[in-house]
Structures are given as structure tokens and as C-alpha cells.
Design a protein around this ligand. Structure first.
Ligand code: ZN
Length: 273
């Protein structure tokens, strides 16, 4: 599934290792997106990244991307390189863990909206929407469920991106709706396969196929592309078990093979070793 590349993302990485950019990979990977604004009207994407760079070892706060009306700049790898952690939400707030099962700093991309009198609000908003939708696409996240505002995670200290969006005469609810619409437009209206993340447990074994079985690419779902069809009696190996794939006849358990492809557990019998 391709995504319309409307804008360019410029990478201008901060020095690493530094207080702002540890260089530590995201773990367990990118699972959601946090929408921020800079809280500093009139500061552009370039100015913010310059400031981050100049103070890379003085302050540990950071975010991956800055967006204004002119450009999108990535200062910590997220979309232009292997995703690294940034420090954009306090670790001790509980809502990120409740909503997504992870701390935002470990598993979320932080995207900063720039606003103010010198920034064309409509154009900045268009780029911001596109970027959030694009990030969802790149990490196979459902755009309707994977985006959260910083103020939701840290309501006692933060109002972003509500404050910044108000400068574009838009609300947070509007942003969430517009991101989904942008995603649909840029993908030609196809939403990602069921839900992510999969509940995956590393566990290896062998099975015997009991029916004509589809081996699928990309997701434990009957909507995923068929990679290969195997016949009854075929022996297959697996390297992990997914407990929350697409339920087929009420059974959501799928196996993943060593090539990263998936097959439904209902079409096989486990071989007792
Ligand atoms: Zn924020």
C-alpha cells in the first residue's frame, strides 16, 4: 500500500549521544504518535531545531519532528532513519501506559506544531496532518486510534497541541478527524489491517497443515496478501504465536514463520515434539 508523498521531510539530526538525543532505539518499536505544539509562538521549525542543536547537552527535552508552513524537519530519527527515543512526555504520567501499554518516550513519535503570526496557519496545519498520517502509515498504525495530544497525557502541565491548533482556528477533535481523512486520501481509502500491535510471543514449534492453508504477508489477517498456498499434510515451522490476530471462526491465534509470514492456527495441528 503506497502513501502519497506530498511533502519532503528534511533530516537535520541533533548530535548523538547528547542529552536531547540518546541514540537509544525505540523499544518495543513505534506504537503511537504524540501531537505537540512548541508552546512558543513565532518560533519556526528551523529555529526550534537550531535551538535544540545548540543546547543538545544542556537540556534533555526533545521531540522527533517540527512542522511549520515552510518545512518539516526531523531532528531525531523517526521517519528518515531507524527510530530512536526522544524525551517528549514525562515518564511518570500514567495515561500513555493506560492507553497504549507503553511510555510515550519509549514507543511514540513526538511531532511539534509551530504556530504564530509569522507562520501561515493553514499551510502549517496541512503539513502537520499529512505528517501524522504518514507516520501512522509507515508504522502500520490505525490513524483513528494511534494519535494522542500531549495535554491528554499530562493534563496538569500541558495544553498542547490545543493551544497551537487554536491559532489555526482548529480543535483537537478536528485534528483527529482530519488525520483520518488525510490518511484515507493519501492511501486511496484503504485503512490498515485490523488492529496493531499484535500480541506476539516468541515460541517455536512445528505444525501439520489440516486444510488448504493460506500463508499471508504482513499481518495475521485474512485481509493480508496471500504469499503462498500450502496443501493438507504440509509440515510448517513457526517462531512466534500471535494471540490477537483477526479471529476466524472465533479463533484469533495465528503463527508467524521464520520469514515473517503468518498463518491461522485453525488450519493446522501442532506436532508434539
Ligand atoms: Zn508537548
Amino acid at each position: 500500500m503506497s502513501f502519497k508523498l506530498k511533502y519532503q521531510i528534511t533530516s537535520r539530526y541533533l548530535p548523538s549521544p547528547s542529552a536531547r538525543r540518546s541514540g537509544i532505539p525505540m523499544s518495543p518499536g513505534v506504537r503511537f504518535i504524540v501531537a505537540h505544539d512548541t508552546g512558543n509562538p513565532e518560533s519556526t521549525a528551523a529555529a526550534n531545531v537550531r535551538y535544540y542543536s545548540n543546547s543538545a547537552n544542556e537540556i534533555s527535552a526533545s521531540a522527533h519532528l517540527f512542522v511549520d508552513d515552510k518545512e518539516i524537519i526531523e531532528c531525531i530519527p523517526a521517519l528518515t532513519g531507524a527510530p530512536e527515543k526522544a524525551w517528549h512526555v514525562l515518564y511518570n504520567v500514567p495515561t500513555d501506559n493506560q492507553m497504549f501499554g507503553h511510555n510515550a518516550n519509549d514507543a511514540a513519535i513526538g511531532i511539534e506544531y509551530c504556530y504564530g503570526a509569522n507562520i501561515n496557519a493553514d499551510e502549517a496545519y496541512r503539513k502537520y496532518l499529512w505528517l501524522i498520517a504518514y507516520a501512522c502509515h509507515q508504522f502500520n498504525l490505525d490513524p483513528a486510534k494511534s494519535v494522542v495530544g500531549h495535554f491528554m497525557l499530562d493534563p496538569r502541565r500541558k495544553t498542547d497541541p490545543v493551544t497551537g491548533l487554536a491559532h489555526s482556528r482548529r480543535t483537537y477533535e478536528q485534528l483527529l478527524r482530519d488525520v483520518v481523512a488525510e490518511y484515507k486520501e493519501c492511501t486511496g481509502d484503504s485503512l490498515p489491517l485490523t488492529q496493531q500491535p499484535w500480541d506476539e510471543t516468541a515460541q517455536s514449534g512445528e505444525v501439520t497443515v489440516t486444510t488448504r492453508l493460506n500463508i499471508r504477508k504482513g499481518a495475521p489477517s485474512t485481509r493480508a496478501e496471500v504469499y503462498q498456498i500450502v496443501s493438507t499434510g504440509t509440515q510448517l515451522a513457526y517462531v512466534s504465536v500471535i494471540d490477537n490476530g483477526e479471529p476466524v471462526n472465533g479463533n484469533p491465534v495465528w503463527y508467524k514463520d521464520e520469514n515473517g509470514n503468518y498463518y491461522w492456527s485453525g488450519g493446522v495441528n501442532k506436532v508434539q515434539l
